[in-house]
Design a protein around this ligand. Structure first.
Ligand code: ARG
Length: 461
């Protein structure tokens, strides 16, 4: 007999039984479901809807179920549809008729909204820990490599010299924003929908704040329709997760590129690379590639839930049962990705020599030469033209700007003097960019301090 079977004359078709049951995946919410029911029952006891003895019996029963599920002693039933009804059924089997009172003033619609909020709150906290560990590793790399020079790129063409620290600090900023987004999501989701009922609240004088407080919420939702039909919090999480994956994916893409024989900027640790079944020489950056690939899954989770939600009339619709697998998949994917990217980054070797070599070719100092002229009062556009001609001149000879003689420079502009050579040295070019946010070692040191300061506020507050 179904918990909702009263108005039915025939039983559910076996195909439907299987099709609409969510217990195979929503059993993952058992802890949150029981936690919510305990808080609800306690409150029902406090306000006299249940006697305190009844409330106590229910709470004890629920605690026993929690322990038994944890110990793997419970076999869930597809026929009981979802985690909510499985728990309620188990409760009634254990404590008798009083178990049938736990659902007073409640609906599975507000119950599932509650469970998912509790679940995500916990997973956001765990994700934050993993993300911050990664961020600290990125900061450590930046601290170590403030004077490791490398080419910076635009269009994947060598552009201007920077340092490896500066490159890493770009990712530090991305991860810091990701952390901020998760923090915002957590703050907005942390309100209790319990008391919204099926859609229109309840006639019982529930103490919503009492339940919210017991469950660690900052407050309650303020519209019962919205309380059961809102999945913004899940979408916000999936959006934040998608952006975070996009950042991890870009980092991984660079690691794949940098570990090629052509670049050789980094050497991946053996523990984070794999071989080929046919080509004996191969050492492939599979881990980085897989993180890049898994980014697609998380985008898929976001787009799937956005699409589920877009046409739904208020309030609850069964379509919304589709929210859980997307959320679970995204949680698992970002956590596993964060977990593996951190040690991959920490253990890789940075090839300073290859980076420094790379920083030299490709006229990465051309802008600095134009700046040199501009600082001697040549209008920048003219300076750009002069240096452009010099680059062409060098290209035809197969040399760099630094290989020309002063005479050759002066043939292009009489403003050039001996001091130009200093101004186009790679190290000098980076050091001169000591603008806040720039790549000079002192600017990067400043950025590291600022980032650590914000991080402290995040983790302390
Ligand atoms: N298993 C359902 C879900 O995850 C719980 C809510 C069901 N509510 C209902 N009215 N059928 O969405």
């Amino acid at each position: 007999m179904k918990l909702w079977g009263g108005r039915f004359e025939k039983s559910t078709d076996a195909l439907v039984e299987d099709f609409h049951s969510s217990i195979s995946f929503d059993q993952r919410l058992y802890k949150q479901d029981i936690q919510g029911s305990i808080a609800h029952a306690r409150m029902l006891g406090e306000i006299g809807v249940l006697t305190s003895a009844e409330a106590q019996q229910i709470i004890e029963g629920l605690k026993g179920i929690l322990t038994d599920i944890r110990e793997g002693k419970i076999q869930f039933e597809i026929g009981a549809e979802d985690i909510h009804m499985n728990v309620e059924k188990l409760l009634t089997e254990r404590v008798g008729t009083v178990g049938k009172k736990v659902h007073t003033g409640r609906s599975r619609n507000d119950q599932v909204a509650l469970d998912l909020r509790l679940f995500l709150r916990e997973e956001i906290d765990h994700t934050q820990e993993l993300l911050i560990t990664l961020l600290r590793t990125v900061l450590d790399l930046a601290k170590e490599h403030q004077e490791t020079y490398m080419p910076g790129y635009t269009h994947l063409q060598k552009a201007q010299p920077i340092s490896f620290a500066h490159h890493m600090m770009a990712y530090a900023q991305m991860f810091l924003r990701d952390s901020g987004r998760l923090k915002d999501t957590r703050q907005r989701l942390n309100v209790s929908p319990l008391g919204s009922g099926a859609l229109a609240g309840t006639t019982f004088p529930l103490e919503r704040e009492m339940v919210a407080q017991e469950l660690g919420f900052d407050g309650i939702t303020w519209n019962s329709l919205d309380g059961v039909s809102d999945r913004d919090f899940a979408l916000e999480f999936l959006s934040a997760a998608s952006i975070l994956m996009m950042h991890l994916s870009r980092l991984c893409e660079e690691l794949v590129l940098w570990s090629t024989g052509e670049f050789q900027f980094v050497i991946m640790d053996d523990g984070y690379s794999t071989g080929s079944s046919i080509m004996p020489q191969k050492k492939n950056p599979d881990v980085a590639e897989l993180v890049r690939g898994k980014t697609g899954r998380v985008y898929g989770d976001l787009v799937a839930l956005l699409t589920v939600m877009k046409g739904l009339p208020l309030a609850y619709n069964k379509d919304m049962q589709e929210d859980k697998e997307q959320v679970f998949d995204a949680v698992d994917t970002i956590q596993k990705s964060l977990l593996v990217v951190e040690p991959m980054l920490r253990t890789m070797k940075v090839n300073k020599k290859a980076m420094a070599e790379g920083a030299k070719g490709g006229f990465t100092n051309a802008t600095d030469l134009a700046d040199y002229l501009a600082k001697k009062n040549v209008p920048f556009r003219e300076a750009h033209e002069i240096v452009g001609k010099l680059v062409l001149y060098c290209s035809k000879r197969g040399c760099g700007l630094e290989d020309l003689t002063l005479k050759e420079f002066q043939e292009h502009s009489d403003v050039f003097a001996e001091d130009l050579f200093e101004s186009i040295g790679i190290e000098y070019c980076v050091r001169q960019r000591h603008i806040p946010g720039g790549p000079s070692p002192e600017s990067v040191a400043q950025a590291i301090l600022w980032t650590e300061h914000i991080l402290e506020q995040f983790t302390g507050g």
